[in-house]
Design a protein around this ligand. Structure first.
Ligand code: G6P
Length: 608
């Protein structure tokens, strides 16, 4: 999704801005642009396509300047084109602006400005902002910005400069993240910390309805009513190199192989030995309230939603709570009765997903306790929830989520243990689960050692255009996740289904060209899964089974088997996820797809 990077200081801004844009590429974009001032003369370059193309074009201009803003755009209003790419400038070519978010009443403002003589060059909602600021500009950029924003409905993270005063960049935020990077006599700003960590680990997150002014030697923050805001800097723990590929061909593969560590980090210091319970510091402040909760609703989007679906089974098994799961984009518009006996848990890797954030705000308004399970420290959802738990999985760069998904599933087990042990869950059961959780990293390691076998099968099946993924009970959400991974990165059509539903529709699709991946661990659903597999084989369908290590018998029923070590039933789906991630990765690789940045997708979806 759209990304912003800004720099002001003593150095040449261009290489710093381009490096920042490269670090935002993973979020997904279709065009990019940069505007720099403070040198001999200002310059603006915009391109459709990759940041590397922008770099090539910028090199032709031989630019110089110490103050600049840059942007990667993911089209919402208007197709990807140079005219629609940011930065945008007004009629006088003096104010340059980049924007993330959506201006909802842009048409009405545009009509008005056209009447006043402004000429527009793009189809974007953003361009109205720069003309509106220009219209209000007398001699002070901040005042013009504030005046303009008072007319605007929608969401924004904005950065802008005026070429007559190349000593400052002005930023404003409402609903779209902006983070200031505090360096020595230089300041950066970006919509994502990944663009900053190479230059500084000291950051300040702007809150909604705040405005910041950066100059080479100073910075200030105020609200839209001109009240000064004092805010401490935070230190980012992620080392700059954790956003590198460490020798892996793609971030996604690196992140799949980081899963033993991600699970370890999710568990570290969070299990109380001998008591079969977890300790989650982030929930301490709401422990008493949690004890009185009767109903729990999970909300999220995408892969995080699949972790929620699995979480429902886990919570139903370990706690007395009534549990619901909803897509954040649906939840936020439902007519729900929420009260103080209801808690919602919002799951989000980025902590910025617009629909999930809106769901949190809606639940808060109605008096529910709002908890967050978020990977990005200091993100908006982390800040707006009443309490929560961090994944500590490190940056996830591949657009298709992998390590954070497993981390979410592990932490949902920890939260369920915490609540369950106040309720029906016995010490013996608690101990069984904590022991099995601790064994997960070593078991995931074993599965990863089998990656060459998964690769071999993936190469063999990479030519098929349709796949069915089947699972039952705990493995049903994993069938959905396996199908999502495959379609996200390899553009192959894949459907995830509850195996019991197969006979109600998808069975009609089965033929020799429509292979099925069947999750068939040796659990309570095993016999039923074997029945489903036989129904597929009877219709000449090909089947790849993900089965329990040692289950030699299943090989007689299917075409290929990927073996996975056994753990307790509620954790088995976590292990079964890993070969499906690898399968999707190797199919996409065999089809030469852009694995880390799949077409049309964004890592963090900050628009509705
Ligand atoms: C986007 C990403 C998905 C992700 C979803 C939810 O669609 O491409 O990989 O699962 O957003 O993101 P979140 O950051 O809220 O977990």
């Amino acid at each position: 999704m759209c990304g912003i990077v800004c720099y002001i200081g003593k150095r040449d801004a261009t290489p710093i801005l381009l490096e920042g844009l490269r670090r935002l590429e993973y979020r997904g974009y279709d065009s990019a642009g940069i505007a720099v001032t403070g040198g001999e003369q200002p310059y603006l370059v915009k391109t459709v396509g990759k940041v590397s193309e922008l770099e090539r074009r910028v090199a032709e201009v031989k630019p110089a300047g110490t103050c600049g803003i840059a942007h990667t755009r993911w089209a919402t209003h208007g197709r990807p084109s140079e005219a629609n790419a940011h930065p945008h400038t007004g009629c006088h070519g003096k104010i340059y602006l980049v924007h993330n978010g959506i201006i909802e009443n842009y048409q009405e403002i545009k009509d008005d400005l056209i009447q006043k003589g402004h000429r527009f060059h793009s189809e974007t909602d953003t361009e109205v902002l720069v003309h509106l600021i220009e219209e209000n500009f007398r001699d002070d950029l901040e005042s013009a910005l504030k005046k303009a924003l008072s007319r605007v409905q929608g969401t924004f993270g904005i950065a802008l400069f005026h070429t007559d005063d190349p000593t400052k960049i002005v930023l404003a935020r409402r609903g779209s993240p902006l983070i200031l990077g505090i360096g020595r006599n230089e300041y950066l700003a970006a919509s994502d910390v990944n663009a900053l960590i190479r230059y500084t680990n000291k950051v300040i997150t702007l809150n909604d309805n705040e405005l910041a002014v950066l100059s080479a030697g100073d910075y200030s923050i105020s609200d839209f009513q001109d009240r000064k805001v004092e805010r401490q800097t935070e230190t980012i723990e992620w080392p700059a190199q954790s956003a590198d590929k460490k020798g892996f061909e793609h971030f996604m593969l690196k992140e799949i192989f980081e899963q033993p560590e991600a699970v370890q980090n999710a568990l570290r210091g969070r299990i109380v030995d001998g008591e079969g319970v977890s300790r989650l510091g982030g929930l301490d402040s709401v422990t008493e309230r949690l004890k009185s909760i009767k109903k729990l609703i999970f909300v999220s989007c995408g892969t995080s939603f699949h972790a929620c679906l699995l979480g429902r089974y886990t919570f139903e098994k370990l706690t007395d709570l009534s549990v619901e799961v909803d897509l954040a984009s649906e939840f936020r518009y439902r007519n729900l009765m929420l009260d103080e006996k209801t808690a919602i848990i919002a799951l989000s890797q980025s902590g910025e997903t617009a629909d999930t954030l809106a769901a949190v705000r809606e639940a808060k308004r109605k008096g529910a306790l709002c908890l967050g399970l978020v990977n990005v420290v200091g993100s908006t959802i982390a800040k707006e929830t009443d309490a929560g738990v961090y994944n500590h999985a490190g940056p996830e760069i591949g657009v298709a989520s992998t390590k954070v998904f497993l981390s979410q599933c592990v932490i949902l087990n920890l939260i369920a243990l915490l609540i369950g042990r106040y309720q029906r869950l016995s010490l013996t059961e608690g101990l069984l689960i904590t022991r099995a959780l601790k064994e997960l990293p070593a078991l995931i390691d074993k599965i990863l050692k089998n990656a060459p076998r998964v690769e071999e099968i993936a190469r063999e099946y990479a030519r098929y255009e349709n796949f069915l993924f089947l699972g039952r009970l705990y493995n049903y959400p994993i069938a959905l996740e396996g199908a999502l991974k495959l379609k996200e990165i390899s553009y192959v059509h894949a459907e995830g289904y509850a195996a019991g539903e197969m006979k109600h529709g998808p069975i009609s699709l089965i033929d020799p060209d429509f292979p099925t991946i069947a999750l068939a661990p040796r659990d309570s659903t095993y016999d039923k899964m074997i029945n489903n597999i036989q129904e597929i084989k009877a219709r000449d369908g090909k089947v790849i089974a993900v089965a329990t290590q040692g289950d030699e018998g299943i090989a007689h029923h299917v075409d290929r088997v990927i073996y996975v070590p056994q753990t307790i039933d509620i954790l088995q789906p976590l292990l079964n996820t890993v070969p499906l991630q690898l399968f999707a990765y190797y199919v996409a690789r065999a089809r030469s797809c852009a694995i880390d940045k799949p077409r049309n997708l964004a890592k963090s979806v900050t628009v509705e």
